[in-house]
Each structure stands twice: as C-alpha cells, then as structure tokens.
Design a protein around this ligand. Structure first.
Ligand code: NAD
Length: 228
C-alpha cells in the first residue's frame, strides 16, 4: 500500500504563477485592508467593493498557469497517496493535475448563496454581479471563507493530517488559523518538510528547504520518491 503524503500549501506556492501572496511586502493585499474586502461585515457594508475585489482575483487566476511547484507535487503520486490541503482560493493544483485537493478557504470558481452556505454553484471565470441570484433567490457571494467565518473543511483536513506518513508545508506563513494548527495533528513519526524562502516558525522538527516552491518542491519530491 502507498504511504500517505499530506501537503499543506499557502499563497507562496502560487507566487511564481504571478498570484500575489498575502503578507509579502510586494503583495496586492498591501493595497487593500482585509476588513474592507474579506470579512462578512465588509460584504454587508459594501457588497460592490467586495464583489469587484474577487472578480479581479478571478480574472487574474484565468491569466495564470500552474508553476513547477504545482507540477512537481503531481509526480509524487507515482509512489504516494497524495492529499493536498490548500489555503489558496485558486485552482492551480487542480490545473496541474493533483488528484485530491481540499480547499480550506473556498474557491474563486464557485459562488454561493449569501443566506444558505450549502447552496454552491460553479461560475468558472464569470464575474459575480449585484443582482445575481442563487437557487434560493438570495444574492450570490464568492464561495470564500472570510476572516471571522467558520472553516467547514477543517474537520476533513484534521482527519487527513492524523493519517499522514509524510507532511510537507509549502509557502505559508503559518499565521492564519485554524489552518496553521493542522501540523499538531500530524503523527510524531511522520517525516516532515517545510519549503519556503523565508524562515517560518513551526512547533515541531521539520526538514527546512529554504527555497522558492519552483525549485524547492523538486528537491523534496526527488528525496521522497527515492525513499519509497
Ligand atoms: P502568506 O502571504 O501569509 O504567506 C506566504 C508565504 O509564502 C510566506 O511565508 C512567504 O515567505 C512564502 N513565499 C513567498 N514566495 C514564495 C515562493 N515563490 N515559494 C514558496 N514560498 C513562497 O499566505 P498564507 O499563509 O497562504 O495565508 C494567507 C491567506 O491569504 C490564506 O488564507 C489564503 O487563502 C489567502 N491567499 C490566497 C492566495 C491564492 O489563492 N493564491 C493568494 C493570496 C492570499
């Protein structure tokens, strides 16, 4: 039976695809305040601004392509049962060919009812406009977990982490909870790696690959494939 490799990714894995990270100083987010565009209060106060922000993010995604980091992770499936848990709202892991991707914070290519969070629709590259309705008649909103909202996929993510033989963290500052807490559920016997060009504090021993995802993922994948 193949060993289970759980990969936790953040904005850093998509940086080399041209999608801005959250906290790096050149980040697009520098130009926006989280409270103005990524909270339920912002949507209640100024829905047009929030829809514009995510419509821009979606257009940017449809200009982007997976990079070597996304692609190298797919190679790992030759010898491992790979589950990707991503904080990213882009679909670049899927575009690269990863088989199992769990989105913790939602997906730009989906929208949902602003009343019933279980009513989710695929929108692809389409903008969401004021007046666009979900099947229940409520205004559509981005299918994004905003700051201050519950993270419904955290339970399945915890279950995946608890079964990991290998755990790889890529391109996340480990600042956003509950995602950052997932590492605590990984069994102590698991082989752990962290790939990031900057130092990221984590609460357990990991092999650090201090490189961008575009080169660092290959280093780790080569090592894991040679061990399997
Ligand atoms: P973050 O911006 O807090 O951290 C990004 C991390 O990536 C940093 O540690 C940085 O050093 C590292 N990094 C930068 N360039 C890299 C590269 N080329 N290769 C590897 N690592 C690189 O992002 P986060 O931890 O994911 O948390 C921010 C939140 O913002 C998340 O909730 C996420 O949903 C959201 N977000 C998503 C996207 C996306 O979908 N692509 C983009 C921006 C923000």
């Amino acid at each position: 039976m193949k060993k289970k490799a759980v990969i936790l990714t953040g904005a850093g894995i998509s940086a080399e695809s041209g999608i801005s990270t959250f906290r790096d100083s050149d980040g697009l987010w520098e130009r926006y305040r989280v409270e103005d565009v990524a909270t339920p209060e912002a949507f209640a106060r100024n829905p047009q601004m929030v829809l514009d922000f995510y419509n821009q993010r979606r257009r940017q995604l449809f200009q982007a392509r997976p990079n070597e980091g996304h692609r190298q992770l797919v190679r790992l499936e030759e010898k491992y049962d790979v589950r990707v848990i991503t904080q990213n709202i882009d679909n670049l892991h899927e575009q690269a060919g990863s088989s199992v991707v769990l989105h913790l914070h939602g997906l730009l290519t989906q929208a949902r009812s602003s009343v019933d969070e279980s009513l989710i629709v695929d929108i692809g590259s389409r903008d969401i406009r004021l007046g666009d309705r979900a099947p229940d008649g409520a205004q559509l909103r981005p299918h994004i977990v905003w700051f201050g909202e519950a993270v419904p996929n955290i339970e399945p993510a915890v279950r995946l982490c608890a079964e990991a033989d290998v755990f790889v963290v890529i391109g996340t500052s480990m600042n956003v909870y509950p995602a950052a807490g997932l590492i605590h559920y990984v069994p102590s016997a698991a082989r752990c790696y962290l790939i990031d060009p900057k130092a990221v504090p984590v609460s357990r021993p990991v092999t650090v690959v201090c490189q961008k995802a575009g080169t660092g993922v290959k280093v780790v994948v080569d090592e894991l494939l040679s061990l399997a």
